[in-house]
Every structure is written in C-alpha cells, then in structure tokens.
Write a protein of this length. Structure first.
Length: 212
C-alpha cells in the first residue's frame, strides 16, 4: 500500500483546522480492522498528509457513530502514557526503509491529548523510548458525529529530512469504543491473531511528492 504526502511551499500551523491547504492533500482511508475485516462506516477515518521543508502534517477526519471513550482528566501539557486505551488516531513512521524495526509512534485523541514514542521492535520484545521528545503539536475538535484531529511533527524529531520522491514506511491506525466492542482499525491491516499495531513488516509506503 502507498500514500503520497503533498509538498507545500510554506509552513503552516497544523492547529489551524480550517486552513484550506489541508484539502490539497491526497485523502487516504482507514476502513478495516487490524485483521483485514471491514469496519463499519461509523468507525472509518479519512486522513491527509502534507509536508514542508521543516515538518510533516497529518489530519484525521474520523466518523463517530458511538459514544466517545475519552480520558476524564485530559492533560494537554505533556504526553499521556496509556493514551491508546481511549479513542485515538495514530501514525507510525520508519524513516529508514532498510531498518523498519526502528520507527516512531505519534498519537492524538479527540480531546487534543498526544503522545510521541521511539520504538525498536525486536523478534522477541519491543523497546520503547518513553522519554523521546519530538516537538510535535496536536489539536482536536469534536463536532456532531465526527471528530477532527491534527498532528505536526518537525523533521528534527527524526534526525533527517526527506527529499522529493523519498519513500518512508508508514502505517496509520484508529482505536475506538470500549470493552468487547472496541475496534482496532489499520490502514494496512497487520493480520495478527490478536490486535497488534507493532508489525513493521506490514507497514505501507509514504511517498514524499515533489513541487512546489
């Protein structure tokens, strides 16, 4: 699977949810569970990716046909460990295609909470850099039967900046609901026996478009 991030000529603030520049991006859809089974439309997420010389911009437009599962005491001033236990959208990025076991995890919730992590996935265990500081920004807005969430991550977080036509490995996810009905959606299904997003072999490709 492949998705292209459109290059933009100038930086913008990803917390500006109404900026029309978002609509220049190629839309992608998260519509399946991690198992490959189709998810109901009320759990689908449309996402868009943009990039500039300094940052990656990610937008999630998520349908919400069920009650929210939110942290009752959100903290927007620091990363929220355990954010994945609530409603959340996520993007995993591996900057080096020859080293996909090393990647970065970014999450945002409908409350605007966020988390950033450095990951090394080994055959028998996962190593997590809980102290990783990316400098990411996050914003969210709940409205009606939908929620809008955005992420901005500076390239400094990765220690490298892509060039036009570069390909990084990527996957995008959504967790929604509670209990036995909780849903674990994946853009590129991981096809594991139980829900598991940490399967870098199942990541797709993020192509960085050229121009402007």
């Amino acid at each position: 699977m492949k998705i292209t991030a459109k290059r933009v000529a100038a930086d913008f603030d990803a917390t500006d949810l109404e900026n029309p520049i978002w609509h220049q991006a190629e839309p992608g859809l998260i519509s399946k569970y991690w198992s490959g089974e189709d998810a109901p439309a009320g759990r689908h997420v449309e996402f868009r990716l943009l990039w500039s010389d300094t940052a990656l911009y990610v937008r999630f437009d998520a349908a919400q046909a069920e009650p929210f599962n939110l942290n009752p005491e959100p903290n927007l001033d620091q990363k929220t460990i355990g954010l994945w236990d609530f409603d959340v959208c996520e993007i995993f990025l591996a900057p080096n295609s020859h080293e996909t076991e090393r990647y970065f995890e970014f999450e945002v919730s409908p409350t605007g909470e966020w988390i950033d992590l450095g990951i090394r996935q080994l055959p028998d265990r996962r190593e997590t850099d809980w102290a990783f500081i990316s400098g990411m920004k996050a914003m969210a807005r709940i409205g009606g039967n939908a929620t809008l969430m955005t992420i901005e991550v500076p390239w400094l977080a990765f220690g490298k900046r892509p060039k036009p036509n570069d390909a990084w490995r990527v996957n995008l996810f959504r967790c929604v609901g509670v209990g036995e009905s909780r849903g674990y959606l994946a853009w590129s299904p991981t096809m594991t026996p139980a829900p598991n997003f940490h399967v870098p072999d199942r990541f797709g490709e993020l192509i960085f478009g050229g121009q402007p």
